[in-house]
Design a protein around this ligand. Structure first.
Ligand code: NAD
Ligand code: UDX
Length: 386
């Protein structure tokens, strides 16, 4: 491998990374990138490894020996501190991060996103290890603009809706809207990490992902996840398309999101890993402000793209409206709009997303069709046990 240099022209030294939650969606892409393009070693920690199996087996893979899987639950495993000590950098991705869980399993959500992350922060701080912690864009909550009258010209002022790391407030709903328990737990762990940096010199970077999507995100209910499970929107809509069912629009699909391609976002994380002097002490939005749609528009676009990649015509009525209470249960609420300000990541790391929403949906839905269409057909054809 040719000598790789950082953004300041210095050669990059190989390091060992302790990646917690390496078996998930983001972790699997990050492991893939680190194995195929860098000399770094990864201690991959997770309870599952299905999404990184292709990197672990067989032993003849070019990166054999550079990635080691450790099956463990960070809630109760004494090996955690030893693994953090063995590494130069810890990346914590582990979390319950699916909205269907926030109001139905609020305790697990709070424990997973706050309590379980505490020892990781403590071990990094005590052992002088660098930490990259995954937070979320949801820490911003609702926009200021959402509280203005519908026809107020102030809604047009970007200051009232663009989300900026160092100036935007964090606006959550009331306590019985348990949707916000996740965001609140993430916010408190951010504050704790920041305080560890300020008082004890912890070297940290906080990542706030804005709806990263792509292959291997979540699961398809009844195929590689529970039949009654509700994954995030990309997988929900993929499941509907694969089964030729209308896509469910929660509360009319009026909420807005910006979606970024996982492969673009992983480039940003690699820059953080390899440029500690530029990334330490910072909180970074990572998203694509150019890919904004309402959830309804996302459904329409996915329907068109899926018809193209599968060759199957769309349904006459491709969407159906459903209330959030019916879909997610009591205590659901939503972020109205999420546009990331890109100033800080641009200045520190020179990163910009590249892939348009249409292009990222085309490659992702091609993957979904190739991976799941046959399995879905078989599961539908299978006679049910009497
Ligand atoms: N994907 C996104 O767009 C997005 C957006 C905002 C924030 N995030 C954050 O990024 C991180 C990763 O998200 P993801 O999309 O890859 O989710 P994911 O659910 O696919 O991955 C999380 C992984 O952590 C593992 N994990 C959870 N608890 C664990 C424990 N106690 N011990 C060991 N492993 C455990 C899970 O098994 C899973 O493989 C999360 O912290 C999430 O909150 C992601
Ligand atoms: O079938 C569906 C699924 C979801 N939706 C809607 O689609 C939007 C996006 O839902 P997602 O499940 O992808 O999750 P959200 O964008 O609300 O939150 C996510 O973003 C940030 C991360 O921290 C988390 O991964 C997750 O909380 C929501 O408005 C939701 O109500 C539908 O209309 N229909």
């Amino acid at each position: 491998m040719a000598t790789r240099t950082d953004l300041d022209g210095r050669p990059i030294k190989p390091i060992t990374i302790c990646m917690i939650g390496a078996g998930g969606f983001i972790g699997s892409h990050l492991c893939e990138k680190l194995m195929s393009e860098t000399p770094h070693k990864v201690l991959a920690l997770d309870v599952y490894n299905d999404k990184i199996k292709h990197l672990l087996e067989p032993d003849s893979l070019p990166w054999a020996g550079r990635i080691q899987f450790h099956r463990l639950n960070i809630k109760h495993d004494s090996r955690l501190e030893g693994l953090i000590k063995m590494a130069d950098l810890t990346i914590n991705l582990a979390a319950i991060c699916t909205p269907a869980d926030y109001n139905t399993r609020p305790l697990d959500t709070i424990y997973s996103n706050f309590i379980d992350a505490l020892p990781v922060v403590k071990y990094c701080s005590e052992n002088n290890k660098r930490l990259i912690h995954f937070s979320t864009c949801e820490v911003y909550g609702k926009t200021i603009g959402s509280f203005l009258p519908k026809d107020s010209p102030l809604r047009q002022d970007p200051a009232n809706y663009v989300l900026k790391e160092d100036t935007s407030p964090c606006i959550f709903g009331s306590i019985e809207k348990q949707r916000w328990s996740y965001a609140c737990a993430k916010q408190l762990i951010e504050r704790l990490i920041y305080a560890e940096g300020a008082e004890n010199g912890l070297e940290f970077t906080i990542v706030r992902p804005f709806n990263w999507i792509g292959p291997r995100m979540d699961f398809i209910p009844g195929i590689d996840g529970p039949s009654e499970g509700v994954p995030r929107v990309l997988a929900c809509f993929s499941n509907n398309l694969l089964r030729r069912e209308p896509l469910s629009l929660v509360d009319g699909g009026q909420s807005q999101r910006t979606f970024v391609y996982i492969k673009d976002a992983i480039e940003a994380v690699l820059l953080m890993i390899e440029n500690p002097d530029r990334a330490n002490g910072h909180i970074f939005n990572v998203g694509n402000p150019n890919n904004e749609v309402t959830v309804r528009q996302l459904a329409e676009m996915m329907t068109k793209v899926y018809a193209k990649v599968s060759g199957e015509p769309s349904l006459d009525s491709p969407t159906v409206d459903v209330s959030s209470k019916e879909f997610y249960g009591e205590g659901y609420d939503d972020s109205d709009k999420r546009i990331p300000d890109m100033t800080i990541i641009n200045k520190q790391l020179g990163w910009n997303p590249k892939t348009s929403l249409w292009d990222l949906l085309e490659s992702t839905l091609t993957y979904q069709h190739r991976t799941y269409a046959e399995a879905i057909k078989k599961s539908i054809a299978k006679p049910t046990a009497s």
